[in-house]
Design a protein around this ligand. Structure first.
Ligand code: GDP
Length: 249
């Protein structure tokens, strides 16, 4: 199966790819393939089995096309779409049980542009594909901020059309535990969201209801890519998602 890691810049996609991969091989005894689809990263904390940077890098595009970092990142995303067959062919030849896919730092480059949906469509033809949307507690301290983070997860699900599990990362940090507390009780969170009153509070409350209805998994797990906390629960969630979709092969 393929597991894609998605989320805002700095939420922990690369580190979770590494730590979940290590957990899967050490604890679950699975053969893990690591795919880096971030042409802008300088380094990865894992040894990639396939790295998009063998095809092009943001730094090279900046130099060769005289673009700034944002322009080069957008150009890289176009190249990823243009060369999607090559990328998918490389992924299809990986000899492993699970492929973990680390996506570009800025999620909009992958999720909201053509490259993401195109590559994910191809990945789905190779094997069962599930997304893990990582919530960064740094962007989720207040109830309304948390709703925005959850909505981004829903938007990714809508755009990539994969079962999308939501995880709260950085549980080892104090802000991680306060966001986790907010998420541990939906009724309380809903009350807090409504508390301020007014149009935007109503909007946030409506969005929260939508998130709950559309969430793929029955629960949201908290993890720490740094300490390894919660990785067993993430594995359970991924496994459950696969079973719910009726694909146990
Ligand atoms: P990405 O941009 O989403 O790929 O994020 P990275 O994996 O590069 O992580 C961004 C920063 O957050 C790095 O400094 C990581 O060490 C840190 N980080 C990621 N996950 C955790 C975590 O669970 N706990 C803590 N304390 N730091 C984390």
């Amino acid at each position: 199966m393929n597991v894609l890691f998605l989320g805002t810049a700095g939420c922990g996609k690369s580190l979770l790819t590494k730590s979940f991969g290590e957990w899967l091989s050490k604890v679950a005894g699975l053969r893990v393939g690591y795919v880096n689809l971030d042409p802008g990263c300088e380094d990865t904390p894992y040894e990639p089995s396939f790295d998009v940077r063998v095809l092009f890098t943001v730094r090279d595009i900046m130099r060769s096309e005289g673009l700034g970092p944002n322009g080069a990142m957008i150009r890289a995303s176009e190249l990823m779409a243009e060369r999607s067959k090559e990328i998918l062919d490389a992924v299809s030849h990986l000899d492993c049980d699970v492929v973990l896919v680390d996506t570009p730092g800025q999620m909009e480059i992958f999720v909201f542009r053509r490259a993401g949906p195109l590559l994910v469509e191809g990945l789905k033809t190779l094997s069962y594909t599930v997304s893990v949307f990582i919530i960064d507690p740094a962007l989720s301290a207040a109830p309304s901020e948390l709703v925005v983070s959850l909505m981004l997860g829903v938007a990714s699900q809508l755009r990539l059309e994969t079962p999308t599990l939501m995880v709260l990362n950085k549980a080892d940090l104090p802000e991680g535990s306060s966001a986790a507390q907010l998420l541990s009780n939906w009724r309380r969170l809903s009350r807090l969201v409504k508390q301020t009153g007014g149009t935007f509070s109503d909007l946030a409350s409506g969005c929260l209801g939508l998130v709950r209805r559309l969430m793929q998994a029955s629960r949201l797990v908290k993890v720490s890519a740094k300490t390894g906390e919660g990785l067993d629960q993430l594995y359970e969630l991924v496994h459950e998602a696969r079973c719910v979709c009726g694909d146990l092969t």
